[in-house]
Ligand binder design. Sequence first.
Ligand SMILES: O=C(O)CCC(=O)C(=O)O
Ligand SMILES: [Fe+3]
Length: 267
Amino acid sequence: MPDPGGPTTAENLSKEAVRFYREQGYVHIPRVLSETEVTAFRAACEEVLEKEGREIWGAGEDEVQVHYVAQAWQKHPELRSLVLHPEISGIALRLAGAPLRVYSSDILVKEPKRTLPTLVHDDETGLPLNELSATLTAWIALTDVPVERGCMSYVPGSHLRAREDRQEHMTSFAEFRDLADVWPDYPWQPRVAVPVRAGDVVFHHCRTVHMAEANTSDSVRMAHGVVYMDADATYRPGVQDGHLSRLSPGDPLEGELFPLVTAGTRQ
Ligand SMILES: O=C(O)CCC(=O)C(=O)O
Ligand SMILES: [Fe+3]
């Protein structure tokens, strides 16, 4: 895909990038954040990590895939402005081609030398939501992430696979099925590793199969994952839905905890 060279904005995002995303289920958008923004957002993530502590994605302290802080955007004003960043959310809107709301944001850390690969999954399985069609994740790099530091990899076109090859939902982690069980063709699919520089963003559809490498480098990998959901998504009891406990099944997710993303407005 031609690279325009300067910063990528919601306005100058190419039609090729949108087409690539719709066909492949992911797209790497270079230079969305400036160096100054990366420094500020990374500092905010470090403050939240320090203050809130972090949870483990993985089997235990010796088998960490990722350290994370959930709902991070509600824990620091700077991170609220990251999830509502006009270019990131504006690009998400153009890729999705449908109205979106912020669902969640996670700080995603892989410590050097001691983190395992992130397991193969798609995001739909773990989202406690109905009515997903355009829902996507913006994976925002706040450090350089070459392959050796734990970059993301994607199975191109996997968001378009048949329903019988997907685990659409789970109500507990015990239900989680290995992807090769769910999708017998998975082991023969190509995977594309996407190394990124700080300030780049990779977007992926909620059904796109993805994973991340281990961090075998000497320094930390810091990223921020923002899930932008279909604006009319409703609650479907599932995993990691403690923050939705005031909702009943089928309720819309609205209001200030799930802000609508609007093109071109700084909020
Ligand atoms: O950061 C990682 O290693 C995994 C992140 C992920 O799965 C996601 O953002 O959907
Ligand atoms: Fe994911």
